[in-house]
Design a binder for this molecule. Structure first.
Ligand code: ZN
Length: 254
């Protein structure tokens, strides 16, 4: 059986401890998707020099967020790692991937998975995003991950389609018009399987200039569409913009 691929808009780290529309969707996804043997997480928050992964048996939790309530730093999500999945990754990606066990499971991953799989009993391996690589390279790496799907691996790419903290308005309920415009541009092209327009996001025009100033939260999406197959059905979830400059929109391919 082939596992689906997910792109999740993770938004605020507070979603880890809040019961809201987003976390409820993640919970229900965990219940209705086929149970994976392992999870490969591509998190916006492991933005590194080179492509890295971990073969740690017990990866550590990374609390890579600042100024949030104590409760968030007390959350534990003690998932096992999977040296087996790490070695499959080495096989699929070859020399471009190196082992780095200094990182671990960061909040881009655990804030979502703690809702999807609250028992923390499915092994998780993270793959980093090389900040020196082009959008096309990220998409091509995503393609090489496709074969993992038939090995029972659920690929969870975690970022945000629109993510501009410099323009964020904490009081605003919805998104700025350009945030909705960019989010819709991406959604329409994903649904049309027009991946070129997603890789070259600048083709969206002026909305693309504000959607993000750094692509760390956007690049996970390219892994997800890369790992999707032409025959996959596509489901959109949590389609929403908030705080002006963030979109929570997620995609399920499979
Ligand atoms: Zn984030």
């Amino acid at each position: 059986m082939k596992m689906p691929v997910l792109f999740v808009g993770h938004g605020s780290p507070m979603n880890a401890i809040e019961d809201n529309e987003f976390s409820q969707t993640w919970k229900s996804l965990g219940k209705r998707l086929p149970r994976p043997k392992a999870i490969l997480a591509v998190s916006a928050h492991w933005y590194s020099g080179g492509t890295r992964t971990s073969d740690a048996i017990n990866p550590r939790m990374i609390y890579d967020m600042y100024g949030f309530p104590e409760e968030l730093y007390e959350l534990k999500y003690p998932v096992p790692g999977s040296p087996e999945l790490a070695s499959k990754l080495k096989e699929s990606l070859g020399d471009i991937v190196t082992i780095d066990n200094l990182w671990g499971i960061d909040h881009g991953t655990w804030s979502v998975l703690c809702h999807m799989y609250p028992d923390a009993d499915i092994p998780v391996v993270q793959l980093s995003i090389n900040h020196q690589a082009s959008a096309m390279t990220h998409y091509e790496i995503g393609k090489k991950l496709r074969s993992l799907r038939t090995d029972g691996v659920l690929i969870v790419a975690s970022g945000n389609v629109v993510h501009n903290l410099a323009l964020i308005n904490w009081q605003m309920e919805g998104g700025y018009p350009w945030a909705h415009e960019f989010d819709s541009y991406i959604m329409n092209n994903i649904l049309d399987k027009n991946h070129d327009a997603v890789i070259h996001h600048e083709r969206a025009g002026s909305s693309a200039e504000k959607a993000f100033y750094t692509p760390d939260h956007y690049f996970p999406l390219l892994y997800a569409i890369g790992a999707s197959e032409p025959t996959d059905e596509i489901e959109v979830f949590n389609e929403k913009c908030l705080m002006g400059s963030m979109s929570m929109t997620g995609y399920l391919f499979g």
